[in-house]
Design a binder for this molecule. Sequence first.
Ligand SMILES: Cc1cc2nc3c(=O)[nH]c(=O)nc-3n(C[C@H](O)[C@H](O)[C@H](O)COP(=O)(O)O)c2cc1C
Length: 167
Amino acid sequence: MAKVGIFYGSSTGNTEFIAEKIKKYLDMENVELFNVDSTEKNDIENCDYLILGTSTWGVGDMQDDWDDFAEIFKDVDLSGKKVALFGLGDQEVYAESFLDGMGHLYNLIKEKTIVVGHWPTTGYRFENSVAVRKNKFVGLAIDQDNEASKSDERIKKWVEELKKEFK
Ligand SMILES: Cc1cc2nc3c(=O)[nH]c(=O)nc-3n(C[C@H](O)[C@H](O)[C@H](O)COP(=O)(O)O)c2cc1C
């Protein structure tokens, strides 16, 4: 049975909270959550489908645990897998670096695998983001600081698209 791994890095718990919701709405049999603060190369390689989530810290940095994991992650074999990304950020205070962490994560993997689950930028207000390619976010965009009430609806819609890819 195909295995889905949801890998997240989270400093204050928001990304972890969203990762749990993604798992719930995916409602598939073989889905496991991994915090990248204690993830090994094998955990990733054992999954067929990957969902990778990071928040953004500093000004436009990937969440710390992803930063630490990035060295190991560079050597992970992603061939034959499909990967989807989600990112958390604050579009009001950090409008110039909104979700940049997700963009950096995308840059780490874009040459090595197929990235699915791109997401429209309509409905968000920000100035700049490393996470935008061809007028879309490279993955699901979540803003728990300003638009937490929209998150469930966004996740449900995104997950429906993923389910078509993950089969
Ligand atoms: C000091 C600080 C710096 C931040 N920098 C950014 C940023 O550059 N871009 C952004 O979109 N969000 C930024 N954020 C917002 C966080 O990414 C957001 O609060 C996120 O939900 C945190 O998720 P976590 O608890 O899973 O780490 C920042 C927040 C803080 C407190």
